[in-house]
Design a protein around this ligand. Structure first.
Ligand SMILES: *Cc1c(COP(=O)(O)O)cnc(C)c1O
Length: 462
């Protein structure tokens, strides 16, 4: 990297450098992600069908495979100014600790009260709901970051917000719940007896600790059966990756200021939104044949959708009330081990990232949770930030790649997404600190149970 300027610890952009357009990577994909299909007819979901569940403008964004840039409405830009641009940090202290010649940067999205990148899409989705004149929105939340982000956005815009929170998190993270309630959201542990699908799941699996898939079913049921409500989702969907492109566009702008070209870009992958957003402008260059980057998705070994899942059409939820998405999936009834503390528990993966992975445009690795928390602890001690367990998956692999550089003497530039902070994950940290954390890796037999629930129809064999 022939740059003359000294790289500061933090590369900040000016307020006027916050992106005013989202970048839609689908425009540059030759193989577009497969459309959502109707589970009854197996035909692509029409805008009209989708509008029963989602706001109209978001349906347009969901279906837009062609427009490369989409203007960010002024109101959303103004909200972004409250907590963006987010810093791109040179991890000098981590590099020194590792003794690596690699240059490590991380884009830190935890600098807002919700503690994660999810606010980038929450404000966009709440804005379009408000613009349509809706009364409120429903959603699910797992670890709670999405529910918190959405509560904040809804409070700002004066929208009602109903959150179905995965039961295990509801019980483990009472303070996360109180943050949401402080912002005015109504929070229900899922599965619950407030919906037909929740009652059915409870009858079939008494004592279940819940899953994102269950909570989605409940939130969709409430949205579609309550006038003036729509459902919003914090990850997976094309529209969410579009909103999260603000992360990647800022990252690229900051790197370009100093003439830095990354070799490796790393992100954790739950439903794929932060990774999809971070990599989008870089992936665009790669798709257009202008640059080549190694792009690595990191997922937990206990919920390994990309590395061990099937690339087929599957339901997005456990109750099988949503459209089918073509994605890497473990089956919509897959419920990760309750011992798995690190988030990233969704059974599927963004159709955009699934297609890119299928086409060989990115890599995926899975990591075990104790090694993730080891990386988290090291990072906290040298870089100061207490990372979210989800983000720590990316830290783990960034460290691994930096250590490889130490072996080979290569001065690679590594960029990773630090998606959030871990203050509400202290039960998991406590387990780790007490030496009571273990690694659970599902067996092929465990996974077969989930695969058996994938819908079978011509063209969907695996
Ligand atoms: C939700 C979340 C993730 C995972 O979701 P993606 O959609 O895969 O980005 C990662 N990190 C944090 C802090 C989160 O809140």
């Amino acid at each position: 990297m022939a740059n003359q300027k000294e790289i500061p610890y933090k590369i900040y952009l000016e307020e006027q450098e916050i992106p005013t357009q989202w970048y839609n990577v689908r425009a540059d994909m030759k193989n577009k992600p497969s459309p959502l299909i109707n589970p009854g007819t197996h035909q692509p979901m029409t805008a009209e069908e989708l509008s029963a569940v989602f706001c109209e403008d978001l349906v347009k964004q969901e279906l837009d495979n062609d427009n490369r840039y989409i203007d960010i409405p002024k109101e959303i830009q103004d909200f972004y100014k409250m907590y963006r641009p987010s810093p791109l940090v040179r991890a000098y202290c981590l590099e020194e600790k590792l003794g690596t010649p690699a240059k490590i940067y991380y884009k830190f999205e935890g600098n807002n009260t919700s503690g994660s990148h999810k606010l980038n899409s929450a404000i966009a989705q709440a804005y379009y709901a408000k613009k349509q004149g809706l009364k409120g929105v429903t959603t699910e939340t797992g670890a709670g970051q999405w529910g918190t982000a959405l509560s904040m956005a809804c409070a700002y815009l004066g929208l009602d917000c109903k959150v179905y929170m995965v039961k295990v998190s509801y019980e483990q993270k009472p303070f996360r719940r109180e943050v949401m309630r402080t912002y005015g959201a109504q929070v229900t542990p899922s599965p619950s007896d407030t919906t037909a699908v929740g009652r059915k799941i409870l009858a079939e699996h008494p004592g279940t600790t819940g899953s994102l898939g269950c909570a989605i079913s409940e939130a969709v049921e409430v949205a579609t059966s309550t006038p003036g409500y729509r459902y919003v989702l914090g990850s997976v969907l094309n529209q969410v990756l579009l909103h999260q492109s603000v992360i990647g566009v800022e990252t690229k702008r900051a790197l370009d200021k100093y003439g830095i070209t990354p070799d490796i870009i790393i992100g954790c992958a739950g439903g794929g939104s932060n990774l999809g957003g971070l990599i989008s402008p870089f992936m665009g260059e790669k798709l257009r044949g202008e640059k080549n980057y190694r792009i690595i998705a990191v997922e937990p070994a206990s919920c390994p959708s990309l590395t061990r899942g099937k690339f087929v059409y599957d339901f997005c939820d456990t109750g099988m009330v949503t459209p089918l998405a073509k994605m890497y999936t473990l089956g919509s009834n897959f419920i990760p081990s309750p011992n798995h503390a690190g988030g990233l528990r969704y059974h599927g993966m963004s159709p955009i990232l699934s297609q890119l992975y299928h086409d060989g445009m990115m890599e995926a690795v899975s990591v075990e949770q104790t090694s993730v928390f080891e990386a988290a602890q090291l990072f906290a001690r040298v870089e100061g930030i207490l990372p979210a367990p989800e983000s720590s998956h990316a830290i783990r692999v960034a460290i691994d790649e930096a250590l490889k550089c130490k072996e080979t003497g290569e001065e690679k530039t590594i960029v990773f997404g630090l998606t959030g902070t871990g203050y509400f994950d202290m039960v998991a940290y406590q387990k780790f600190n007490d030496g009571e954390m273990d690694d659970y890796i599902p067996t092929d037999e465990d996974l077969a149970v989930g695969f058996a629930g994938i819908p079978k129809f011509p063209g969907n064999e695996f």
